[in-house]
Write a protein that binds this ligand. Structure first.
Ligand SMILES: Nc1nc2c(ncn2[C@@H]2O[C@H](COP(=O)(O)OP(=O)(O)OP(=O)(O)O)[C@@H](O)[C@H]2O)c(=O)[nH]1
Ligand code: SF4
Ligand SMILES: [Mg+2]
Length: 441
């Protein structure tokens, strides 16, 4: 890539950090060597606690790293799935989550244990759960420090594969022998199907042009940094040699029909529009859609950061979220809906999720709904009680975690939509088409 004055190694380093990582989880019964395998694969001897006490790992442990031959990966070590206590139940729940999020689940089996009493119900259940989420599964047979001959081990591997009946590729190794790292890396590199997640955050072609980013900072805006979707948009545009222009709109003034605020915005639009490099797109904070939809001439493309993130996080399934808006036509007073954000932040007076959206539902639609909120990495268990979910852009979680959420809502037959779509639709239903157009929806 041409450097434009930036040292090549910096560009390479930057690009590497932007790559999507695969998630790999080690799952199985207690004491089969899952934590030892995380340490082996990551090359970090003491990353996860290893001990002969069954049930040592209580919660999912994640190691983020770049593995030569595999690229960037997030490796998950999980709690053993066969601990039948109250705590075991909680641990199991976390392990199931890891299976549902991981691109690849490695079922770990102690090859020599219980040679005469082969019960693989648990392992089959793990595979079933992973397959339900369209995830890939492989088997690792931990042979510990077995003294059996290689021939005997191979025979037992073959026999166990037959008993397991899953027809999955498998690998035998000694998890506590660090020389086996190469073997497991090779095994995963060969077998891991890299799911294509090549969704462009901003699908504009490389070249000349301005993209205006409207960022109306308010009391909740963190100091000294932009929000992640804004940061990501700037990075993406720079990579394409497009020119990001950042504008801070004073929303209070704009909503109060302040003439100077409108003049300031329109003057910038005019300047960009008439310059030799085209104004290709405006991306706005969703909460300013009531203003931007009115103030932006129809011939200028307009979307929101939240819609952009939803398209990206859902791997191009934005239409599912557009369809979710249809739920408003059947909602009745007293129905339960869920408003969800993927992070916890300090909520000030005019928070979008807890204040603006509920108020708009009440004021504009005249609906008295029962609204539940869910913030952060955990989602509610029973989704079937909700008639609709409205999700934020989800920028603080992995795409895999986000996909799991979509899957859960689909499975529970609960429609889902997004903040940016809702805030566009509520002010002008036609604006939905407008904010989706750049994503070819
Ligand atoms: N010799 C030998 N010991 C192993 C091997 N793998 C695991 N161990 C030992 O087996 C015990 C359990 O290993 P862990 O890696 O903690 O097993 P785990 O599956 O994470 O166990 P839980 O977290 O309790 O579910 C430890 O004492 C390890 O040192 C191996 O390949 N060879
Ligand atoms: S996770 Fe959601 S609420 Fe949190 S910053 Fe990202 S888009 Fe906003
Ligand atoms: Mg462990």
């Amino acid at each position: 890539m041409a450097s434009r004055g930036i040292p090549h190694f910096i560009i390479k380093e930057f690009m590497a950090k932007q790559k999507e990582y695969s998630i790999i989880s080690f799952v199985g019964r207690v004491n089969v060597g899952k934590s030892s395998l995380l340490n082996l694969l990551s090359g970090q001897k003491d990353f996860a606690i290893v001990d002969d006490q069954p049930g040592t790992t209580a919660d999912t442990v994640a190691a983020l790293m770049e593995i030569h031959g595999l690229g960037p990966v997030k490796i998950l070590d999980t709690a053993g799935i066969d601990e039948y206590s109250k705590l075991g139940e909680k641990k199991r729940k976390k392990t199931y989550e890891a299976i549902e999020e991981a691109d690849l689940t490695l079922i770990v089996i102690d090859l020599l244990r219980n040679v005469n009493n082969r019960d693989f119900a648990i392992e089959k259940e793990i595979a079933k759960r992973a397959f339900r989420y369209n995830k890939q599964v492989l088997v690792i047979y931990n042979i510990f420090s077995a003294t059996e001959s290689l021939k005997k081990i191979k025979e037992l591997e073959h026999l166990t594969n037959q008993e397991l009946g899953l027809k999955l590729p498998s690998l035998c190794l000694n998890a506590s022998n660090k020389k086996e790292q190469k073997k497991i890396v090779e095994f995963i590199s060969v077998c891991l199907k890299k799911e294509s997640r090549d969704i462009d955050l901003i699908p504009l072609s490389e070249g000349k042009g301005y993209v205006l980013l409207n960022i109306p900072m308010d009391e909740e805006t963190p100091t000294l940094r932009l929000l992640r979707p804004q940061d990501m948009a700037v990075e993406r545009l720079l990579r394409k040699y497009l020119i990001p222009v950042l504008f801070r709109m004073n929303l209070k003034k704009a909503r109060a029909n302040d003439k100077t605020e409108k003049k300031r915005f329109l003057a910038l639009l005019k300047h960009l529009y008439n310059s030799p490099e085209e104004l290709k797109l405006i991306i706005t904070d969703s909460q300013a859609m009531d203003i931007l939809d009115q103030w932006t001439p129809e011939n200028i493309s307009l979307t929101t950061f939240s819609v952009m993130m939803t398209n990206y996080m859902s791997c191009g399934n934005l239409d599912l979220f557009v369809k979710g808006l249809e739920a408003f036509s059947v909602l009745r007073n007293g129905d339960k809906i869920l408003i969800m954000e993927s992070c916890n932040h300090n909520r000030k007076c005019d928070d979008i999720g807890t204040r603006q959206i509920p108020n708009l539902i009440k004021e504009k639609l005249g609906l008295e709904l029962k609204i539940s909120f869910s913030f952060g990495r955990v989602m509610p268990e029973d989704l079937s009680q909700y008639k609709l979910a409205i999700h934020c852009g989800g920028c603080m979680i992995d795409r895999q975690k986000y996909s799991r959420r979509i899957f859960k809502f689909k499975e529970a037959k609960v429609p889902i939509t997004n903040y940016g779509l809702f805030l566009s639709w509520i002010h002008n239903p036609k604006a939905v088409e407008r904010v989706c157009k750049v994503f070819k929806i």
